[in-house]
Ligand binder design. Structure first.
Ligand code: ADP
Length: 492
C-alpha cells in the first residue's frame, strides 16, 4: 500500500500523471490573472494618485505665481507699480501650501537666485539645476521619487501683463508622497491577504477538480483490471467523456476479438477430439464384436481387420491434415519461395491423381493458356492444387469430368478447377473453408474426407497474398478459382 502511494506521488511530482497536469494548469490559470490584476491595479492607482497630487499642487502654485507677478515680487517693475497683495500675504500663502503638502517651495528669479525658501535655508543662494533651467525654457518637470517619498516639480511664474508672456521666475517645489505610500501600503496588504485567500481557494479547487476530472480514467483502469483479474466478463462501460468512450470501445472490441478467438479455439479442440474419437470408436466396436464371437471364422476376422485398418488410415489422414493446418497457421513460419514452372507442377499433380480419377471413372483435362513461371512455395502450392483437384474428383458423379485451367497476366496467374460433380448448396458456400466443415458428413467420411482440405488450401492461398473463389450449382458442378501473384511477397 505504502509502495503504491509512493509510486503515485512520484508520478504526480514528475508531472507524468494527468491529475498533476490538470492541477498545475488550473493553478496557473487561476493565479496568473489574479497576480496580473493585483500589480496592474495597484500600479495604476499609484500613478493616478501621484498625477492628481501634482495637478492639485500645480494649480495652487499657478495662483500664487500670478499673485507674485501682480505683487511685483521680483521688483522688475518701476517703483509705485500696483501692488494688490502685500509680500507678507504671498509668503503666508506659500507657507500654507508647504504646510498643507508637507513640502518646500523655493521661488527662483531669472538670475537663478533663490528669493524665497519656505524652509528658510537657501534664500539668497544661487541654484543651478537642470530642472529649473529647463523650466525657464518653458518645460515643466515633475519627478516622483518613490524610494525617498517625495514629488518634485517646477512651476513657471509667467508675467502675462506685457504683450508677450515672459517667465519671470520658477517655483521649485518638493512635496511629500508619504500619504500615497501609506495608502499603497494598506492597499498592498489587503491585496496580499486577498491574493493569498485566492491562492488557497484556487489550490483547493484545482485539487478537487483534478481529482474529479480524472476519475473517469481511473474508472476505466478499474474496469479493465476487473476484466483482467477475471472478476468480470462483461463488456465495460464508462460513458463520462468522449475520450473514455473511445478507449472503452477499443477495449471492448479487443475483448470481443479475444472471446471470439477463445470460442473458436474451444470449438476447434472439441472438433479435433470428436474427429479423432470417431475412428477410435469404430475400431473399438469392431474389435469388441470380434472378441464377443466365439470361434469366429477367419474370413470374418479378415473383414473386420480390413475395416480396422481403414479406420486407422482415416485417423492418420486427420492427424496429417491437422499437422499441415497447424504448420500453415504458424504466422512466423516463412514461405520458402522458389521460382517454379507452374505448368510442370500441375502436370505432376494430375499424374499423381489420375489413378484416383480412373477409379471413379472421371475424365481429367488440363488446358494451359500459356507457360507460367511464378515465385511461390512449391510444397504449399502443390497442397492447394492437390486439394482442389482431389475434391473435384472425389465429389464427382460417375463418368463425370474435371477441367483444370491455367492462365496468367503480367501480375497474377489463375488456376481454375471446374467439375461436373455434386455441387455445393448455396447455404454451405460460406462455410466450406471452415475447419471440419463438410456438406454431407456421412458421404464425405465414406470417401475419406477430413473436412480440413479447403481450410488448408485457403490458408496457403492467403499466405501467398492470393485469393480463392468458388461458384457452384447444386447437382451441376463447382468451379474453384485461385489467383496468386507471380512475384510473391509473403504475408506477415
Ligand atoms: P474434405 O476433406 O471433407 O473434402 P474439404 O475442406 O476439402 O474437406 O471440403 C469441405 C466440404 O466442401 C466437403 O466436405 C464437401 O462437402 C465440399 N466440397 C469441397 N469441394 C467440393 C467440390 N468440388 N464439389 C462439391 N463439394 C465440394
Amino acid at each position: 500500500m505504502a509502495g503504491k502511494i509512493f509510486q503515485e506521488m512520484k508520478k504526480f511530482l514528475s508531472l507524468r500523471s494527468l491529475q498533476a497536469r490538470f492541477f498545475l494548469i488550473m493553478l496557473v490559470a487561476g493565479i496568473v490573472p489574479s497576480v496580473v490584476m493585483r500589480y496592474g491595479i495597484l500600479g495604476s492607482y499609484e500613478e493616478r494618485s501621484v498625477q492628481n497630487r501634482i495637478a492639485n499642487v500645480q494649480n495652487q502654485l499657478m495662483i500664487v505665481g500670478s499673485h507674485l507677478i501682480s505683487n511685483n515680487y521680483f521688483n522688475t517693475k518701476p517703483e509705485g507699480y500696483n501692488r494688490s497683495v502685500s509680500r507678507e500675504v504671498i509668503d503666508a500663502e506659500l507657507e500654507m501650501i508647504s504646510n498643507l503638502y508637507e513640502g518646500r517651495v523655493m521661488i527662483i528669479n531669472s538670475s537663478l537666485k533663490v528669493v524665497k525658501d519656505t524652509y528658510g535655508i537657501s534664500t539668497g543662494k544661487t541654484i543651478i539645476s537642470e530642472e529649473v533651467i529647463q523650466c525657464f525654457q518653458g518645460e515643466n518637470i515633475s519627478n516622483y521619487d518613490k524610494e525617498h517619498g517625495y514629488i518634485e516639480m517646477t512651476t513657471p511664474i509667467i508675467d502675462t501683463s506685457a504683450n508677450s508672456s515672459v517667465i519671470e521666475g520658477v517655483m521649485l517645489t518638493s512635496i511629500s508622497s508619504e500619504a500615497i505610500s501609506a495608502t499603497m501600503t494598506v492597499l498592498d496588504r489587503k491585496a496580499g491577504i486577498l491574493g493569498n485567500l485566492m491562492l488557497v481557494g484556487t489550490m483547493a479547487m484545482a485539487m478537487v477538480l483534478s481529482v474529479v476530472l480524472t476519475k473517469p480514467f481511473n474508472r476505466v483502469t478499474e474496469a479493465i483490471n476487473e476484466v483482467n483479474a477475471g472478476y468480470s466478463n462483461e463488456r465495460i462501460s464508462v460513458p463520462d467523456y468522449a475520450e473514455t468512450v473511445h478507449i472503452v470501445d477499443a477495449f471492448n472490441q479487443l475483448l470481443d476479438r479475444m472471446r471470439a478467438l477463445d470460442t473458436s479455439r474451444q470449438e476447434f479442440v472439441e472438433n479435433v477430439s470428436h474427429e479423432l474419437k470417431t475412428p477410435m470408436a469404430a475400431i473399438k466396436v469392431l474389435a469388441d464384436s470380434l472378441l464377443a464371437q466365439q470361434d469366429a471364422p477367419a474370413e470374418l476376422y479378415r473383414e473386420f481387420l480390413e475395416d480396422i485398418a481403414s479406420e486407422i488410415d482415416r485417423e492418420n489422414r486427420i492427424i496429417t491434415d491437422l499437422l499441415a493446418l497447424v504448420k500453415m497457421e504458424k504466422k512466423a513460419q516463412e514461405l520458402s519461395i522458389v521460382s517454379i514452372n507452374v505448368n510442370d507442377l500441375v502436370e505432376l499433380i494430375l499424374k499423381r491423381l489420375r489413378p484416383l480419377a480412373r477409379k471413379k471413372d472421371v475424365e481429367v483435362v488440363f488446358e494451359s493458356m500459356r507457360p507460367v513461371v511464378a515465385e511461390v512455395d512449391e510444397v504449399k502450392m502443390s497442397l492447394i492444387m492437390t486439394n482442389l483437384v482431389e475434391n473435384a474428383i472425389k465429389y464427382n458423379k460417375e463418368h463425370g469430368w474435371v477441367r483444370v485451367e491455367l492462365d496468367a497476366d503480367y501480375q497474377y496467374f489463375v488456376f481454375k478447377v471446374s467439375d461436373s460433380g455434386l455441387g455445393i448448396p448455396a447455404e454451405s458456400l460460406a462455410h466450406i473453408y471452415e475447419r471440419f466443415y463438410r456438406v454431407d458428413k456421412s458421404h464425405s467420411r465414406e470417401i475419406g474426407g477430413t473436412g480440413l482440405g479447403l481450410a488448408i488450401t485457403k490458408s496457403a492461398v492467403l499466405m501467398h497474398r492470393g485469393a480463392i473463389n468458388v461458384t457452384s450449382v447444386e447437382g451441376e458442378g463447382s468451379s474453384f478459382t485461385v489467383k496468386i501473384p507471380l512475384t510473391c511477397v509473403a504475408a506477415g
